[in-house]
Design a protein around this ligand. Structure first.
Ligand SMILES: [Zn+2]
Length: 240
């Protein structure tokens, strides 16, 4: 196919970049057919307003038939579809999306940063639970994997108010049977009882955990949490 510019130009108004030029190209096929089409003038660069963040077109991946390049970026006010609050899809963030993450140009931010973060956290919690469940299936007698599973069920339930609390409880108890010195398991038993709406059993397990565990390593933080759950007046000394 041979092609050449006919010299005809037209422009299309763009809400952010203003008039964007197109050039007419004529083409001829070897069989004698031919015609003309309009093509975006890729050499064109509009002036960048002082408050805008300049775009680096080389780093952008897009179809020039559908979109102009991001010549520059400006802060865009938006409404979050999740929390319905107003947020700003900032120029820097847009540049990061389209030039570093190489998002396609149809991508637009519909959630505020806070909602996007909690969405990511939610996904991470789900992945952790899947992973913990898979490990327990493969190693049903590994006490620390059972504890991780109980903890993952707790995290998932705390976030989404759904999950198999009794499976988590069974995992924590089985861990204690297999490894009685794994005091963390007692903590998760207590925490899961609490989520299951059994405060007396939760309290009992928290107290047992505080008696059995030492304030070292992971148990140190968990002991603080247990004390918090039991109330400030609770003072439980570790068994000597
Ligand atoms: Zn939001």
């Amino acid at each position: 196919m041979t092609r050449r510019e006919t010299g005809q130009r037209r422009s299309e108004d763009h809400p952010l970049f203003g008039d964007l030029p197109f050039v007419e190209v004529s083409y001829a096929l070897p069989d004698g057919r031919g015609g003309t089409f309009w093509e975006r003038d890729l050499e064109y660069r509009p002036p960048v307003p002082p408050e805008a963040v300049p775009g680096d077109i080389e780093k952008q991946e897009f179809c020039s038939w559908c979109h102009p390049p991001h010549y520059y970026y400006v802060d865009e006010p938006k409404w979050c579809v999740e929390c319905r609050k107003r947020f700003v899809f900032s120029a820097e963030e847009q540049k990061f999306w389209f030039e570093e993450l190489k998002f396609n140009f149809h991508s637009i931010a519909i959630r505020c940063q806070e909602c996007r973060r909690s969405q990511r956290r939610g996904k991470a919690t789900k992945i952790q639970l899947q992973e913990a469940s898979r490990v327990v299936e493969e190693h049903p007698d590994d006490a620390s994997s059972l504890v991780t599973y109980a903890e993952a069920i707790h995290a998932h339930y705390s976030e989404f108010r759904e999950g198999k609390l009794d499976t988590g409880l069974a995992a924590a108890r089985r861990a204690l049977t297999l490894a009685p010195e794994l005091h963390e398991a007692r903590f998760w038993e207590a925490a899961l009882q609490e989520l299951a709406g059994r405060p007396a059993k939760a309290r009992q397990a928290y107290e047992l955990f505080l008696q059995e565990s030492e304030p070292v390593g992971r148990c140190r933080t968990l002991r603080e949490q247990a004390l918090g759950q039991l109330g400030h007046d609770a003072v439980v000394e570790p068994a000597s």
